[in-house]
Design a protein around this ligand. Structure first.
Ligand code: COA
Ligand code: AMP
Length: 631
């Protein structure tokens, strides 16, 4: 039982476990201590170490003689292009970009916002920041200008690096006007912007503020790696919380490197020279950990894929990419496999491809339903590994550690806790519940290296959101149970976060936008079950007494408003007007009950409900949206 032994070894001596794991990293000053608990319950790791992430992800591989190995393969069916960048080329390109940023004053600790699609230059921008010790904050391209503005104001970047456009299958996404709009809206103004012009759309630059990516680097001196302290933030990544104000998850340098290096071998079972592909986006945590940093730190070749699981050009794209680039480990969201399965239920498009290099398919980001796992197992003939984690943790809390010991797969479970995580299921009073009983999933403090020590500029919010409900624990926001063998089952969120196509969204944020519509008096957004996307947001709107316009007009405006303020990624397309919302006598909106009605699940009206008759009205309103969906 290699896994059980390893987990027990970690538990017996976490300090020794993580110091040994730190041996996989090049340090300018190696850590003497692992955990720094001097500010408990705020923990840091490897604070006494000095090192540089870019060195570990790029330069050291060149120094070790692997400069000719492919570092990045860009495969872009949406632009019909493919490109390979070797480690030596990556080093030159990143050192040059970092040199240009430095020449314009970017230094260690400065923030740099990155707003780019799935192009290698996005990774280069991240690595160039890491090279200087600048703190990047990547913003997903599917967010609207207002969301970008909120992030600009929160992390106050010295510079913004963006692309002129992104390419979605049905349209070109005009990044530059979105960026201009965001800067206009934000109170904080960056000193300058660097724009990577793509041939699909060349953007107009603002004289004196915007620089062209290439011209900007012309004639500059390349920058060397700047060693930083172990607890220096490598990046800030915003994620959805309960309100419209996103949470800025902070990722410290040393723990990030150590945990990712450990996970590449132990969980994904890849190492130097292997091809690793995470079909996600650099704007999400999966993209940070497993498109950019993890595979590069491990000396793998990473695939940067600019396309969709279906329609670019068909449901065989994933298998074509796996075969053509000899992918060993492939990671994507269950939604993506559901989309493939829907278009190619018999798996016919898999047949023509040589998948002999593929060792495993990893799924995360949302609950993996048994049908999807079984379909993938049957058609790919490799282990399909569900694993569970969050933006906050940066790497898997629970997984099946293929590189240590492949454990029996239990479909419906992301398997077992990884070393570093003492996972407990708690009742409302914070007491562990017996195996098989549902409860809130929490992790005993301290969290392991690579996880968040705090939220950017919001220590109080960090404490309130994660630490105060269950003292001594980190509250994950997920509910579920552990079985008698220690396998975890993740059943639901305990907060207002929903998961749409593997994208984490806040219903609270959508409600804030809807409430700002002049005709909306009150509203609720719920996540209803969706066969493709897992969940889908639905709005219920109560209008002001004097709103005498046609309801469908108001609904259309509300849908447009969410798209405009939050972005297309919110996927908010369904809303209905109701006279009133079901509430408890104390005024709490019964969202959970409405979800059950929308999903056609049995439910009991809570004893505290103000007026049970409202539930029939809600049922009738949801029926006009085709809910509950047949089947
Ligand atoms: N930039 C701009 N817009 C984007 C975008 C981006 N990077 N990514 C998505 N969008 C837009 C889409 O174009 C779509 O816009 P539309 O309403 O005009 O059609 C909207 O956001 C919703 O996108 P999505 O939820 O992705 O739905 P879809 O119907 O376009 O595609 C899937 C469905 C299943 C193919 C797609 O959701 C998918 O690939 N999911 C996997 C998600 C994933 O990898 N998540 C990462 C977490 S690990
Ligand atoms: P994100 O921060 O975007 O990665 O979203 C994290 C959330 O997605 C988790 O808190 C869970 O609610 C959900 N999630 C991620 N992975 C899984 C999984 N394997 N099974 C069930 N839910 C998951």
């Amino acid at each position: 039982m290699a896994y059980a032994d390893l987990y027990a070894r970690w538990k017996a001596d976490p300090e020794a476990f993580w110091l040994e794991a730190a041996g996989a990293i090049d340090w300018t000053v190696p850590p003497v201590r692992a955990l720094d608990d001097s500010r408990a319950p705020f923990y840091e790791w490897f604070t006494d170490a000095m090192g540089n992430t870019c060195w570990n992800a790029v330069d050291r591989h060149v120094q070790a003689g692997r400069g000719d190995q492919a570092a990045i393969i860009h495969d872009s069916p949406v632009t019909h292009s493919k490109r390979v960048i070797t480690y030596a080329e990556l080093q030159t390109r990143v050192a040059s970009l970092a040199g240009a940023l430095r020449a314009r004053g970017v230094e260690q600790g400065d923030r740099v916002v990155i707003y780019m699609p799935m192009v290698p230059e996005a990774l280069e921008a991240m690595l160039a920041c890491a090279r200087l010790g600048a703190i990047h904050s990547v913003v997903f391209g599917g967010f609207a200008a207002a969301e970008l503005a909120v992030r600009i104001d929160d992390c106050t970047p010295r510079a913004i690096i963006a692309a002129s456009c992104g390419v979605e299958p049905n349209r070109v996404v005009h990044y530059k006007p979105l960026l201009d709009g965001a800067i206009e809206m934000a109170a904080h103004k960056p000193e300058f912007c660097v724009i990577f012009q793509r041939e699909q759309e060349v953007a107009k630059l603002v004289e004196g503020r915007d620089f062209d990516w290439h011209a900007f680097q012309y004639g500059v001196e390349p920058a060397d790696c700047v060693p930083v302290r172990g607890d220096h933030p490598a990046y800030i990544l915003y994620t959805s919380g309960t309100t419209g104000q996103p949470k800025g998850v902070v990722r410290p340098t040393a723990g990030h490197m150590v945990a990712l290096a450990w996970s590449m071998r132990a969980i994904y079972d890849v190492g130097v020279g292997d091809v690793f592909w995470a079909a996600s986006d650099v704007g999400w945590v999966v993209g940070h950990s497993y498109i950019c940093y993890g595979p590069l730190i491990a000396g793998c070749t990473t695939v940067v894929f600019e396309g969709k699981p279906v329609g670019t050009p068909d449901a065989g794209t994933f298998w074509r990419v796996c075969a053509e680039h000899r992918v060993r480990s492939f990671f994507t969201a269950p939604t993506a496999i559901r989309a493939v399965k829907r278009d190619d239920p018999e798996g016919r498009l898999i047949g023509g491809h040589d998948l002999s290099n593929l060792q495993a398919l990893f799924l995360a980001g949302e609950r993996a339903d048994p049908d999807t796992i079984e379909w993938a197992q049957r058609h790919l003939g490799v282990p399909v590994i569900d694993h569970w984690w969050q933006t906050e943790t940066g790497w898997a809390i629970a997984a099946n550690p293929l590189g240590i010991e492949p454990l029996p797969v239990k479909i419906g479970s992301p398997s077992v806790a990884m070393p570093g995580y003492d996972v407990q299921v708690l009742d409302e009073g914070g007491h562990p519940v017996p195996a098989g009983n549902l409860g809130a999933i929490a992790v005993k403090l301290p969290l392991p290296p690579g996880t968040l020590p705090t939220l950017w500029n919001a220590e109080d919010r960090f404490r309130k959101s994660y630490l105060s409900h269950f003292p001594g624990y980190y509250e994950t926001g997920d509910a579920g149970y552990v079985d008698a063998d220690g396998y975890l089952y993740i059943m639901a969120r305990t907060d207002d976060v929903i998961n749409v196509a593997g994208h984490r969204l806040s219903t609270g944020a959508m409600e804030e936008v809807l409430a700002s519509h002049r005709d909306v008096a009150e509203c609720a957004v719920i996540g209803v079950a969706d066969p493709l996307k897992g969940q889908s947001p639905v709005g219920l709107l109560c209008l002001n007494k004097d709103a005498n316009r046609p309801h469908d007009e108001v609904v259309r405006e509300c849908v447009a408003l969410v798209r405009d303020r939050i972005g297309p990624v919110a996927d908010f397309k369904k809303a209905v007007v109701v006279d009133r919302l079901p509430k408890t006598r104390s005024g709490k909106i019964l969202r959970g009950t409405m979800v059950k009605i929308a999903d056609g699940q049995p439910f009991k009206a809570p004893a505290t409900i103000d007026d049970p008759a409202i539930l029939d009205e809600i049922r009738a309103a949801l029926a006009t949206l085709g809910l509950p969906a047949a089947g």
